[in-house]
Design a protein around this ligand. Structure first.
Ligand code: HEC
Ligand code: HEC
Length: 162
């Protein structure tokens, strides 16, 4: 389709511009997927603020030092405050759930809840997909511009198929 548009517009030398524009919107689509609002946002913000109070003074230390049970290599060195942002604006919002979907509200370090364990497996899967995307040879965006995250699939719901 784009080739056809380019051919039509070639004489007007607007093809380059059209091409650039479509590149840009493709990049925007991969870097900022639609961020649906989470119906549990207020409650989640309350949890985030509560934990921020508990770790006051250590917000910039690596998550694995501040928290008890950080097993994902990609999260170990993230500053604790940013880690909590990922939990709230990343994980929770991507699935449209409350923190307690994955966590026991009295013990965030516990792995008792199945969805928390599933989330670790999902994090590993999303890294594998990104590694594979980076290796592909026939895509337009630069390697560092093509990646997926939790929202790419979940878009605000637990089951991406719904
Ligand atoms: C989709 C599941 C999921 C949701 C929703 C979620 N978390 Fe997590 N959370 C995890 C996983 C998985 C880990 C462990 C990460 C690891 O092992 O590296 C974790 C770890 C944590 C930890 C570290 C606990 C410790 O001491 O080890 C805190 C604190 C935390 N989450 C807070 C939150 C808050 C606050 C929210 C809501 C705003 C939230 N989480 C929502 C999956 C989730
Ligand atoms: C390639 C698509 C895809 C990506 C990317 C993805 N997921 Fe999933 N996820 C799924 C599918 C499919 C299911 C199974 C649907 C179901 O359980 O109903 C699922 C299920 C889950 C579940 C189980 C929910 C439950 O309550 O049983 C959790 C938790 C989860 N994903 C978290 C995440 C997190 C966190 C990320 C980002 C690190 C992520 N997912 C990225 C496709 C994806």
């Amino acid at each position: 389709m784009r080739v056809l548009v380019c051919v039509i517009l070639l004489l007007a030398t607007a093809c380059g511009a059209v091409h650039q524009k479509s590149n840009k919107s493709a990049a925007q689509k991969t870097t900022t997927p639609a961020r649906p609002l989470n119906p549990n946002q207020q409650e989640n913000d309350r949890f985030e603020q509560q934990i921020l109070k508990e770790i006051a003074g250590r917000e910039r230390e690596p998550a694995e030092k501040v928290f008890e049970n950080i097993r994902l290599d990609a999260l170990k060195n993230i500053p604790a405050k940013r880690f909590l942002r990922i939990m709230n604006a990343g994980y929770s919002r991507a699935l449209g759930v409350e923190c307690t979907h994955c966590h026991d509200d009295g013990d965030f370090a516990s792995d008792d809840k199945r969805p928390k364990r599933a989330a670790r497996e999902m994090a590993a899967m999303h890294r594998k997909i990104n590694a594979q995307l980076a290796e592909m040879e026939h895509l337009e965006p630069q390697a560092e511009q093509r990646f997926i995250n939790c929202t790419t699939c979940h878009r605000g719901s637990i089951d991406p198929m719904n």
